[in-house]
Design a protein around this ligand. Structure first.
Ligand code: NAD
Length: 434
């Protein structure tokens, strides 16, 4: 990875698109808030990054060496927190960019964490379960020196889940010679995981939508919404919105969009998804039988609705699709669903966007709750978990909304300013000595 310093400004650039975008967004917010240049320099670099080799004995007896990374962008507020992903485009620079975004997300979330991220460059779908286990355990052992409940707390991300977390935790516990459940989060519910975590990101996104309705004086029972993506985030977002009285007129997944202007019964969609045996590559296939019309997937953006919840992919609202959007409000359940050009267009046209790192922060807040319970050695009830989650999200939403209103800026700008300020203040207070 080439690390470039821009002539004239002395600021950092990267040839990795994700890191470069994270840096640009940070500098832009820092300039807006007139952040002290010393703090700008400090926060534009990750505190620590390790590159590890991960040799794996394959099932055929050969050895393949994978590249792995773990980055801690900031531990100013507390242990760094962030997922571990398995994907072919994983690089140290990408992890650095993602770790920086985690710093802002945790800070805005009002939780005592900094930002981290890690991963292995691999196509895990081509590995057998045994190969995945050997790779995961070796990676866990190699990052163990910097991981810990008070230093860096990993979690699942793309192509990793509860099984990978248990392998890493088990490996590190055996190295340490004692039990250490708070070393990472995203564990299965029956094994030190937290009840409520599955729904947490969707609950957070739905809560942001409902708070936006409140802030705009809108009655949820008179509001229509479309939800793109019916996976972990989208399905619970739709269900919780519907429970609050919102009419969900369309849902979608890789198989298409399912539309009914009179409202879709989301509980029925859950039931369909969980019982339909013919689900391959898209769980809502055939759902048009249940009293709705099937239209092409990307047409969900142009449907008549007050709110649009993109909860699937990045970049779905771009310069081509943004002019088609009918909704006046967008709540970004997915990461980066709106390109900067699209956001500019939408903002100019009066659309209000709740940015991803506020709208989908229910996930990391929920992980914090799992960690807190592990440290206590005590499980909360589902009600306690949900109440605390909703309270925090409401509080964070309010902070972002109020600043945006008072300063006439977008919610994204407001979210960045709030997030960066909390970290910068602590870095300043703690001082430079390392
Ligand atoms: P998931 O894999 O559970 O679900 C993704 C859904 O999107 C599936 O229903 C899939 O069919 C659908 N989809 C894929 N391509 C589509 C397309 N072209 N049109 C319509 N639907 C499409 O993933 P998830 O966990 O729900 O994550 C969704 C997004 O939210 C991702 O951007 C992820 O990074 C982000 N996110 C997730 C969490 C979390 O806790 N799960 C937390 C923060 C951010």
């Amino acid at each position: 990875m080439a690390d470039l310093i821009e002539e004239g400004t002395g600021r950092r650039r990267s040839d990795n698109e994700l890191l470069d975008t994270a840096l640009r967004d940070f500098y832009s917010a820092a300039d807006y808030m007139h952040l002290d240049e010393k703090l700008v320099s400090i926060l534009s670099f990750a505190e620590r990054r390790i590159d590890v080799s991960v040799p794996v004995e394959m099932d055929d007896g050969s050895v393949q060496v994978f590249k792995g990374y773990r980055v801690q962008h900031s531990t100013a507020l507390g242990p760094s927190k962030g997922g571990i992903r398995y994907a072919m485009d994983v690089t140290g620079a990408e992890c650095e960019g993602l770790a920086m975004l985690m710093t802002w997300k945790c800070s805005l979330g009002g939780i005592p964490y900094g930002g981290g991220k890690g991963g292995i460059k691999c196509d895990s779908t081509k590995l057998s379960k045994k190969e995945r286990e050997r790779m995961t355990r070796t990676y866990g052992a190699r990052i163990a020196p910097i991981v810990g409940r008070w230093s860096d707390v990993p979690a699942p991300d793309m192509y990793t889940g509860g099984q990978e977390m248990v392998w890493i935790m088990d490996t590190i516990c055996k190295m340490l010679g004692h039990f250490e459940p708070a070393i990472l989060t995203g564990k299965p519910i029956g094994y030190w995981g937290a009840i409520g975590r599955t729904e947490a990101t969707g609950r957070g996104a739905a809560t942001c939508g409902l708070e936006l309705m409140k802030a705009r004086g809108l009655d949820p029972s008179k509001i229509t919404a479309t939800v793109q993506g019916f996976g972990n985030v989208g399905s619970y977002t739709a269900q919780i919105l519907q429970q609050a009285g919102v009419k969900i007129v369309a849902i979608s997944d890789t198989t298409g969009t399912y539309y009914n202007p009179n409202g879709i019964n989301i509980d029925k969609a859950f039931e369909y998804m969980n019982t339909n045996p013919a689900q391959r590559g898209g769980k809502l296939r055939g759902f048009e039988k249940e009293n709705c019309e099937k239209i092409p997937g990307d047409e969900i953006i142009g449907l008549d609705a007050d709110f649009f919840f993109p909860c699937a992919l990045q970049g779905v609202l771009n310069k081509d699709s943004a002019p088609k959007l009918k909704a006046k409000y967008v709540v970004e359940g997915a990461n980066s669903p709106t390109t900067p050009e699209a956001e500019e267009y939408l903002t100019d046209n009066g659309v209000i966007l709740v940015p991803d790192f506020l709208a989908n922060s229910g996930g990391v807040i929920g992980s914090y709750f799992e960690w807190a319970q592990n440290l206590q050695g005590w499980s909360w009830t589902e009600e306690e978990y949900n109440t605390r989650l909703v309270d925090l999200i409401k509080n964070n939403f309010c902070k972002v909304w109020n600043y945006a209103e008072e300063n006439k800026v977008t919610m994204r700008r407001s979210a960045y300013v709030n997030a960066i300020k909390r970290v910068a203040d602590v870095v300043d207070m703690r001082g430079l000595y390392l």
